[in-house]
Design a protein around this ligand. Sequence first.
Ligand code: AMP
Length: 182
Amino acid sequence: MTRLVLVGPPGAGKGTQAGTLSDKLGVPHISTGDLFRAHIGNKTELGLSVQSILDEGKLVPDEVTNQMVRERLAEADARDGFILDGFPRNIAQAEVLGAILAESGQKLDAVVEFQIDEDVVVARLLGRGRTDDNEEVIRHRQHIYRSETEPLLNFYRDIVVTVDAVGEVGEVTNRVLNALDK
Ligand code: AMP
């Protein structure tokens, strides 16, 4: 159970949980949002091209995102597993991920759904202070989640495990590990 995708609305705590799970399971945490923010921070060509997209809470074009993920998954540390956080975010990305993994005879073990009310996440995000965390952008990101990302739960229905994301960090981690039977 070491090839995992975390799915849940922005603000559900996926990043925090991914970090803890990465330590516990010994596989890298791969966050496409973090990868984009690192590019932006380093002012790379990719970073400069995606900055305004992140600031507006829109999705970076699939070709750009998929290529970045393909390169990251090809690194040695991801060979025996990974925790993907923020990718895939739509069905087209999920299909590309399936194809990338199939090229090396791999497949996902589970998709962890973080279940949480929208009101709770909006309040959390407003307290986080990231440049893409003002109310209008937050609403837009929630809208994209519902329309583009949530359908992944049906796409992956055979391997989805659902976890209540409300609670202390450690408590939620334990729920995930129990759900994965770790
Ligand atoms: P996150 O840190 O996961 O909330 O992602 C922050 C921002 O990065 C998103 O609002 C998008 O602009 C961009 N992003 C992250 N992951 C993806 C993805 N899989 N596809 C497209 N854009 C993404």
